[in-house]
Design a protein around this ligand. Structure first.
Ligand code: FES
Length: 289
C-alpha cells in the first residue's frame, strides 16, 4: 500500500484500462487498492485522462460505500446492518467490533490498522449477520467471534501480494461446453491476453474481460458492475452459461467454471468483490458445468 500519491502511477493505472468508459469503477478500485483510499488529486487525474467530469466521478465514489475519500486502515471491516442481518443481531456484532477496536463505525484506529464501517446489505442475507473484512465474507458472525475475525485479518496480511507474488501465473481457458478458447487475440493486461465472455446482470448484457492471471480480480466491462452484484457469464461462441455446480463457500453465490488448457478447471465467485477462487486440476467439475 502506498502512502504518497504518485501522479505517474495513477496515470499508469488509468491507462491500463485504455480509456474504456465502462471501466471507471475498475479504475477507482485499482487506485483504492494502491492507496487504500481515493486521494482527491488522483480523482482529478482520472477525470482528465478519461474525459469524465469530476462531478460524475465523485457521484460514483459517494454512491458506493466501498469507496473512501479519506485515508483508511490497513484492514477494512464492514458490518452489515441491513434488515436481515439486523434481526439476527448484527448490532451486537457491530458493538463488539467497536469495543474490540476502540473506535465507532466510520472511524479508523489510531495505529491505522483497522477501519470500521457499516453497510446496508451485502446481498448475502441468508448468511447473516455478515461481516466483510478485506473483501472476505464472514457468515453468521457472533459477538464472540470478533477477536478471531480481526486476528484472522492480521494473519492474512502477508499471505499474497499480487504484484510481487511469484505464485501468480497466467492461465489459458476455454468454454466447458463448446471447448472454444475464451482468450482474446489483442487485448493484453500486464502482457497477458485477457479472457473475454458475455456478462448479464440487472437486465444489462454486454462484454466482460477478465485478467487471465490466477488470483487477479481486475476486469474490464461494457457496463459498470456495482460491488456485490452477482453476474451471469456466458460463452460468446455457444452462448452457454459458464456456471459451476458449486456455490461460493464465502457468500453462497454461484461459482463460475472455465476449462484450463492442460486440464482441470478454474473457478471463481460470480459476485463482484468476492475473492473466492480455486484451481481444480482434478477436473471433477469439468463435465458438470
Ligand atoms: S441484510 Fe445483511 S447481507 Fe443482506
Amino acid at each position: 500500500m502506498r502512502t504518497r500519491l504518485s501522479p505517474e502511477d495513477v496515470i499508469r493505472i488509468v491507462d491500463k484500462f485504455d480509456g474504456n468508459q465502462g471501466a471507471l469503477i475498475s479504475v477507482l478500485e485499482a487506485i483504492q487498492a494502491e492507496y487504500n483510499y481515493l486521494p482527491r488529486e488522483a480523482l482529478k487525474i482520472v477525470a482528465s485522462r478519461t474525459g469524465r467530469s469530476l462531478v460524475d466521478i465523485y457521484g460514483i465514489t459517494t454512491f458506493y460505500s466501498g469507496f473512501s475519500l479519506e485515508p483508511r486502515g490497513k484492514h477494512i471491516v464492514s458490518v452489515c446492518t441491513g434488515t436481515a442481518c439486523h434481526v439476527r443481531r448484527s448490532v451486537e456484532v457491530l458493538e463488539g467490533f467497536e469495543r474490540h477496536l476502540s473506535v465507532k463505525a466510520g472511524e479508523t484506529t489510531h495505529d491505522r490498522e483497522f477501519s470500521l464501517s457499516t453497510v446496508n446489505c451485502l446481498g448475502a442475507c441468508a448468511l447473516g449477520p455478515v461481516v466483510v473484512v478485506d473483501g472476505e465474507y464472514h457468515r453468521r458472525v457472533r459477538e464472540g467471534d470478533v477477536a478471531n475475525v480481526c486476528e484472522h485479518a492480521r494473519q492474512l496480511e502477508n499471505c499474497v501480494e499480487l504484484t510481487n507474488d511469484e505464485r501468480i501465473f497466467a492461465v489459458q481457458v476455454s468454454c466447458p461446453h463448446c471447448n472454444r478458447s475464451l482468450m482474446t487475440d489483442g487485448r493484453l493486461l500486464d502482457g497477458y491476453p485477457m479472457v473475454r465472455v458475455t456478462a448479464s446482470f440487472r437486465r444489462k448484457h454486454g462484454w466482460l474481460m477478465l485478467s487471465s492471471l490466477y488470483g487477479d480480480y481486475r476486469i474490464e466491462s461494457e457496463y459498470e458492475i456495482p460491488p456485490g452484484t452477482v453476474v451471469q457469464l456466458f460463452c460468446p461462441s455457444c452462448h452457454a452459461e459458464l456456471k459451476s455446480t458449486r456455490i461460493c463457500a464465502s457468500c453462497d453465490a454461484p461459482m463460475i467454471s472455465l476449462l484450463v488448457k492442460g486440464g482441470g478447471t478454474v473457478q471463481f465467485c460470480s459476485r463482484r468483490g468476492c475473492k473466492e477462487h480455486m484451481l481444480d486440476l482434478v477436473n471433477e467439475d469439468a463435465t458438470a458445468v
